[in-house]
Write a protein that binds this ligand. Structure first.
Ligand code: GLA
Length: 395
């Protein structure tokens, strides 16, 4: 493997306790590992009751939780060298998306669900790049939910823990995210993608056979400040679109129930911007269904073309891309060794996801790093995504 890329292998070693966490562990400590995620296709569809196609990756967050006798919560970020202390009765969001909000938000949800929680020490470390759109926050939340569930013997199912993690993000952190990131982290399965119906929450694991291609993530190394505020605005615009259609047609609950002709008739004349947002989502829900058929047929080229279409929609209709992401997709678009590429996740920074022929990865990485540095004056980071398994206790 080239020195330019950081490949993470799916060996047992990755699932053992990281060395730097060991000094925070005693015989009462619970250690849980929870991975980040990629999403092959189906973007901004989760909160519109559509489908998504994510997978857990082999980069993760680890949380070591040690029960205390008092009501103090003492948190350590091993990677940042920071500490934070509060009590179980003073769970107050920082409102700045601080690392400890993800731990306290889940603790708060457990309390709200009716569980009594004593104080605890928690140490956190992660090798998921922060702000790269690989859902490090969902990974932390799922790890904490899983650890608290074990410690309190709460008997929650994986899905209940996913919902707690999502609520923590919605209510404590303040991002109105959908369910995809937490679901992928908790339910991930090695070498499989998850086809998740975000309405019924039914899901299937599909083996990911990419026949000569690798999943490469090009990380813009930027996270524009618009990311969370505009995410919430998009969600609102989708709801506005749904309510415009609801005024004319019964039985409409979400954009999942809406088709393009309804949008043309009831939304376009009222609000052009809302129309564009909704059109992207309605097309994306449909595109994912077709893309799944491509995967079944092992037609990677056809699948890849749909990734480019998704990017166009996210950039021009949904308007959640940015110059760095567009540059990376434009650069690879005409390269015959790249089947498809698009921005991934919420937008305004983070990574592009690319399907690149094995033998072309090194050369492309080399060229793109230089081109990105020249055009954007920033360093491009590159990851080879390996598909790993979901949240689990590892001690
Ligand atoms: C973020 C959110 C997800 C999803 C994606 C866009 O990652 O957390 O719920 O909406 O953006 O697909």
């Amino acid at each position: 493997m080239s020195k330019l890329t950081q490949e993470v292998s799916a060996t047992e070693k990755k699932y053992s306790i990281p060395e730097k966490l060991k000094s925070y562990i005693n015989k009462e400590t619970l250690v849980v590992r929870s991975p980040g995620r990629i999403n092959l296709i189906g973007e901004h569809t989760d909160y519109n009751e559509g489908f998504v196609l994510p997978a857990a990756i082999d980069k993760a967050a680890w949380v070591a939780i040690t029960p205390r006798k008092d009501n103090i919560i003492h948190l350590f970020s091993v990677d940042l060298g920071e500490e934070y202390e509060t009590t179980t009765s003073a769970l107050i969001p920082s409102l700045k998306h601080a690392w400890y909000d993800y731990i306290l938000g889940v603790t708060d949800q457990f309390k709200k669900t009716g569980f009594t929680i004593n104080g605890f020490d928690a140490a956190l470390t992660a090798d998921i790049p922060i702000g790269a759109g690989l859902s490090s926050s969902a990974a932390i939340e799922c790890a904490v939910a899983f650890a608290l569930n074990e410690w309190l013997q709460a008997g929650l199912t994986k899905l209940e823990m996913v919902k707690i993690a999502q609520k923590a993000e919605n209510e404590y952190v303040g991002l109105q995210c959908g369910i995809m990131d937490m679901f992928a982290s908790m339910f991930g399965k090695q070498n499989h993608v998850i086809k998740l119906d975000c309405r019924s929450l039914e899901y299937q694991y599909e083996p990911l056979n990419l026949d000569g291609y690798k999943v490469i993530l090009f990380d813009t190394n930027v996270k524009h400040t618009l990311a969370s505020s505009q995410y919430n605005v998009r969600r609102q615009q989708c709801e506005t679109g749904v309510s415009l259609v609801q005024q004319h047609i019964s039985g409409i609950n979400s954009l999942r129930d809406v088709d393009i002709s309804m949008l043309n008739k009831y939304v376009q004349p009222q609000n052009k911007e809302v129309y564009q947002r909704c059109r992207f989502v309605v097309e994306e829900i449909e595109r994912l269904q077709e893309a799944c058929i491509d995967l079944e047929k092992n037609d990677i080229e056809a699948f890849g073309l749909k990734m480019y279409e998704t990017h166009m929609g996210l950039s021009n209709l949904y308007e959640v891309s940015c110059s760095e992401l567009d540059f990376l997709v434009d650069y690879v678009k005409n390269n015959p060794a790249v089947a498809g590429a698009r921005m991934m996740g919420g937008g305004f920074g983070g990574c592009t996801i690319n399907l690149v022929k094995n033998e072309a990865v090194d050369e492309l990485t080399y060229q793109l790093k230089a081109a990105y540095a020249k055009a954007m004056r920033k360093e491009l980071k590159v990851y080879v995504a390996q598909i790993g398994s979901g949240t689990a206790r590892i001690n």
